[in-house]
Design a protein around this ligand. Structure first.
Ligand code: PDD
Length: 286
């Protein structure tokens, strides 16, 4: 496997990161995951804007969004992939020793790799997904896409124990987001999802943005407002969106069947709209 580390592509066996890297010692870094179809990054502009915002909010200097795009394409090329998910991580860099206050002049550590994913034709249907509902014990700055992810890993350990693939996180009776996704529900003709500027905030999801556009294009009401967990449990459909999965429909919740146990019709309509959007983008890029 070929990866990107500190300015070049190399075999993963050659990749070396200092144990004093602040990403390792403090989880002091940010990341992005971008899905590529036929070599074109889905919602790339939104990903790059979010990366810029995460870097600025984290105060990490010395790496920019245009560089990120070049790095992602470089790892795709190195692996000979056209349909993939690319992970890119930027830490504050390696210091000489462990101090909470970072020394000045650190050079960020940039790591990226690509993994093969299904092609665009897989977006003909929304996949089924099993979820659990767990308390949101994460920090209050979830608009920063930080690599400090224990608050997301712990609920996922519980999800795995129940053979579920995602944990929907709830704070003060309100749905915030999934451990690595955003959450939407369908009620009648409306798609309801929590606002990104909640207090505490949630991640400005790129697929959330595209799914809301798709809902409007389908003639549905995009209802962005706080979502009580009770309302989610009584919804017609629960939908999970993220770059890795694009869009999935909940069929099991907390170990029991949800709804009629099938992915709902709105989930399928939304993912097909999103697929059509990617197709149009690919055609325009050619
Ligand atoms: N996760 N919320 C959280 C907490 C996330 O980690 C993610 C993405 C999302 C969805 O964002 P987007 O639609 O832009 O991918 C929401 C990525 C995929 C991951 O950690 O693998």
């Amino acid at each position: 496997m070929q990866v990107w580390l500190d300015g070049r592509v190399m075999p993963v066996e050659e990749a070396r990161i200092s144990p004093f890297d602040r990403g390792f010692l403090f989880g002091d870094g940010v990341y992005e995951v971008v899905r590529f179809f036929d070599g074109v990054g889905m919602a790339m502009r939104l990903h790059l804007e979010r990366l810029e915002r995460s870097l600025a909010l984290a105060g990490i200097e010395g790496f920019s969004a245009p560089e990120a795009e070049r790095v992602m394409h470089a790892v795709m090329r190195a692996e000979g992939l056209r349909d993939a998910a690319v992970y890119l991580q930027v830490t504050r860099g390696a210091a000489a020793t462990r101090t909470h206050i970072p020394p000045t002049g650190l050079r960020p550590t940039v790591f990226a790799f690509a993994s093969a994913c299904a092609p665009l034709s897989a977006l003909d249907q929304a996949a089924p997904i099993a979820v659990v509902v767990r308390p949101d014990d994460r920090w209050h700055r979830c608009e920063i896409k930080t690599i400090s992810l224990m608050g997301s890993v712990l609920p996922m350990l519980e999800a795995a124990r129940m053979e579920a693939e995602e944990a929907i996180l709830v704070r003060d009776g309100l749905v915030s987001e999934g451990s690595s996704s955003n959450v939407m529900v369908v009620r009648g003709g409306a798609v309801v999802t929590p606002p990104i500027d909640m207090d505490p905030s949630i991640l400005h999801g790129t697929m959330r943005h595209l799914a809301l556009e798709a809902a409007r294009a389908e003639g549905l009401i995009a209802d962005v407002r706080p979502l009580p967990v009770q309302e989610m449990l009584q919804a017609d459909e629960i939908i999970i969106v993220s770059s890795k999965r694009v869009l999935a429909g909940v069929t099991r919740l907390d170990g029991r069947g949800f709804g009629d146990g099938e992915v709902g019709p709105v989930a399928h309509r939304l993912i097909r709209r999103m697929r059509d959007g990617v197709q149009a983008h690919l055609a325009a890029a050619r």
